[in-house]
Design a protein around this ligand. Structure first.
Ligand SMILES: NC(=O)c1ccc[n+]([C@@H]2O[C@H](COP(=O)([O-])OP(=O)(O)OC[C@H]3O[C@@H](n4cnc5c(N)ncnc54)[C@H](OP(=O)(O)O)[C@@H]3O)[C@@H](O)[C@H]2O)c1
Length: 222
């Protein structure tokens, strides 16, 4: 049985992903800040994780390492976005957003990369909001956009380093998804978004495609 560690399984895309991977016969280790780690299945184990807390990240990683967990797929899904519709970079928001979406995510991944199996996969949940090549007409959510652009560079750095172990690393755009973050007007249900991501995980991919950016199994420009 393959094991996926998915962060942020309490709601939204992470919850739908956990449910889909369990349905496909995977064991899922899921996390949330709230303590509500969700999926109700013997194939699911929940853990508390606050990515803004180095102590919380350390506790989770120590627990997983002492359990000798082998991770076939790490999905760095948990993330935050400022809720004000502003084009101003507010330092406090910038720090809060980077703490979770970049620093915490990278800390967790660096600590757990030894637990990812050779030939395994790491998906960083990014967004077209972080694309540098996009014609940017609206400047809202600047902290979120900056954090996803930084995350994309982490994908490339990680992919380069882990390719010698055959680990496939990808930045994934899930689509505009009906969640607390995406809102009710979004295009896709969390289940549809999770379906595309599951199919991409299950697909055999050449290692030459590691370190790239994807949506519905197709390459996106940076
Ligand atoms: N929805 C979209 O349209 C969309 C588009 C592009 C990219 N994305 C990306 O997809 C990912 C999931 O988005 P979503 O829409 O499913 O978000 P969501 O519904 O807001 O859920 C966010 C998840 O992240 C967890 N989380 C929040 N703060 C955290 C922290 N400090 N430490 C650890 N976990 C934390 C939450 O746990 P609690 O419930 O415990 O707070 C929850 O499980 C994010 O990375 C987002 O940037 C989403």
């Amino acid at each position: 049985m393959k094991t996926a560690l998915i962060t942020g399984t309490s709601r939204g895309i992470g919850r739908a992903l956990a449910e889909r991977f369990i349905k496909e016969g995977w064991r899922v280790l899921g996390t949330a800040v709230s303590g509500l780690n969700i999926p109700d299945s013997p194939s699911f184990k929940g853990y508390d994780l606050d990515l803004s807390s180095p102590q919380s990240i350390g506790s989770l990683c120590d627990a997983l390492i002492s359990e000798g967990v082998t991770i076939d797929l790490l999905v760095n899904n948990a993330g935050v976005c400022e809720d004000d519709f502003t084009d101003k970079v507010i330092s406090e928001k910038l720090r809060e957003t980077f703490e979770v979406n970049v620093f915490g995510l990278a800390d967790l991944t660096e600590r757990l990369s030894s637990q990812v199996s050779d030939g395994g996969q790491i998906f960083n949940m990014s967004s077209t909001a972080g694309m540098l090549s996009k014609d940017l007409r609206v400047f809202n959510y600047p902290s979120y956009k900056m954090s996803k652009a930084a995350l994309n560079m982490y994908t490339r750095i990680l992919a380069g380093r882990l390719s010698q172990r055959g680990i496939f690393v990808a930045s994934i755009h899930p689509g505009w998804v009906k969640t607390d973050m995406g809102g009710g007007e979004a295009d896709l249900s969390p289940e549809e978004a999770a379906g595309y991501i599951y199919e991409f995980a299950a697909k055999v991919k050449p290692l030459s495609d590691t370190g790239l950016f994807w949506f519905k199994g197709e390459r996106l420009p940076w």
